[in-house]
Design a protein around this ligand. Structure first.
Ligand SMILES: Nc1nc2c(ncn2[C@@H]2O[C@H](COP(=O)(O)OP(=O)(O)OP(=O)(O)O)[C@@H](O)[C@H]2O)c(=O)[nH]1
Length: 419
């Protein structure tokens, strides 16, 4: 006989929680999930936005301790572009498909107004591709390469002053589309005091401009709140430097060594832990449940779909689809009728124009015909006159020939007589 441990009823308040008395197997659910996830593999998509040469590639290399060979980018691009590269990484037996998208030529143009546009377009294009896959009848979301961006590392130049207008403009335009984590790049160029001031300036500017950045989930076990460290002051380097007896990642200066992984020197370790160890899944969740959802709902609304009807009554997708289909059909009929009317009108107009042209041609033809008749008559008259002249001429000619023959005969007679 089976024992039911959970007695479920329709109402949540009636759910009784009971402790199991023996092993059933569902305690292994987390293990099943872990195994399934490892089998499936993990993927993570990072977008790095920042000026040319600000240290984007170096930081990504340092984060994943891999040399993702890159050529230096030119400062002379006429517009901002995006470079997308995907890498297959492995840590122990955990595979990670990492996609890094980097801005190219960001901040290099004189007119910076549309610098953020390619970034916005790229983010939307990835959402659109996912939406199109979702809307397919035969979907393959299991092996679909999800290219939606999970996090945007925004590199702020270490000016020590405040954010640039380009930073504000870009962040304002992408904050509803992606999880932004602001970073102070090359933070080794700022003194401790300047850095603190710079950080608080940046945070208050972000707040006063209503820019939403990624909110790290509050970890009760973590003593220091990660949010307080924002924006993270980072330093990147793949250089191995000797400190005491150890080789560490750092940057060597005439006055000493900056250790990238030393929390007193910069926030690199904190960023890496938060990004890769504790919040990667949350970033992916936020991307799907918040940013993608926002894109999806506004896109469907633009197409005319809604969850409620005009009276705020819930409407099913099928009803909505049927209504839209009818509306579309009606619109097609109306447009067809309009096109027919316009066509008929134009045909009539053309007919009238042709008739006018035909009449004009006919008149011209009649006129020419008349002129031709007159010409013929004139020529006939001239011919008649010429013929009369020819007859006169022949008459005169014959008369002159006769008189000439007479003269010749008389001359001959005279000659014969003299002989
Ligand atoms: N001082 C200092 N220099 C850094 C840091 N990170 C990178 N650099 C140096 O800055 C230069 C440019 O670094 P990259 O990582 O190539 O910069 P990038 O933003 O990827 O450059 P592009 O891809 O060409 O836009 C290199 O000489 C790096 O060694 C840093 O944290 N501090």
């Amino acid at each position: 006989m089976r024992t039911f441990l959970f007695v479920l009823s329709k109402h949540n308040e009636d759910i009784r929680c009971l402790t199991t008395l023996s092993h059933f197997g569902f305690e292994c659910l987390p293990t099943q999930l872990v195994n399934k996830s490892i089998q499936k593999g993990f993927s993570f998509n990072i977008l790095c936005v920042g000026e040319t040469g600000i240290g984007k590639s170096t930081l990504i290399n340092t984060l994943f301790n891999t040399n993702m060979k890159e050529n230096k980018t030119s400062h002379f691009y006429s517009k901002v572009g995006l470079k997308v590269k995907t890498y297959e990484l492995q840590e122990r037996n955990i595979p990670l498909k990492l996609t890094v998208v980097k801005t190219v030529g960001y901040g290099d143009q004189i007119n910076k107004e549309s610098s953020y546009q390619p970034v916005v377009e790229y983010l939307d294009a990835q959402f659109e591709a996912y939406l199109q896959e979702e809307l397919k009848i035969k979907r393959s979301l299991v092996d679909y390469h999800d290219s939606r961006i999970h996090v945007c590392l925004y590199f702020i130049a270490p000016t020590g002053h405040s954010l640039k207008s380009l930073d504000l403009l870009t962040m304002k335009n992408i904050d509803r589309r992606v999880n932004i984590i602001p970073l102070i790049a090359k933070a080794d160029s700022l003194s401790k005091m300047d850095l603190q001031k710079f950080k608080s300036n940046i945070m208050s500017e972000l707040v006063s401009n209503g820019i939403q950045i990624y909110q790290f989930p509050i970890d009760e076990e973590d003593d220091d709140n990660s949010q307080c460290l924002l924006p993270f002051a980072v330093v990147g380097s793949m250089e191995e430097v000797k400190v005491g007896k150890r080789m560490v990642k750092g940057r060597h200066y005439p006055w000493g060594v900056l250790q990238v992984e030393n929390e007193n020197h910069c926030d690199f370790v904190k960023l890496r832990d938060l990004l890769l160890c504790t919040n990667m899944e949350d970033l992916k969740d936020q991307t799907h449940t918040q940013h993608y959802e926002c894109y999806r709902s506004s896109r469907l609304q633009k197409l005319g779909f809604n969850d409620t009807g005009p009276n705020n009554q819930p409407v099913s997708f099928q009803e909505m689809y049927e209504a839209k289909r009818q509306e579309f059909h009606g619109q097609c009929l109306r447009e067809e009728e309009e096109l027919k009317q316009t066509f008929m009108l134009r045909v009539k107009e053309k007919e009238l124009t042709f008739k006018d042209a035909e009449k004009e041609l006919q008149d011209k033809f009649e006129h020419l015909k008349r002129i031709q008749q007159e010409e013929i008559l004139k020529l006939e008259e001239e011919r008649r006159k010429l013929e009369e002249q020819i007859i006169d001429f022949y008459k005169t000619k014959t008369a002159s020939e006769t008189s000439q023959a007479q003269v010749c005969a008389n001359v001959k007679k005279d000659k014969d007589r003299k002989k």
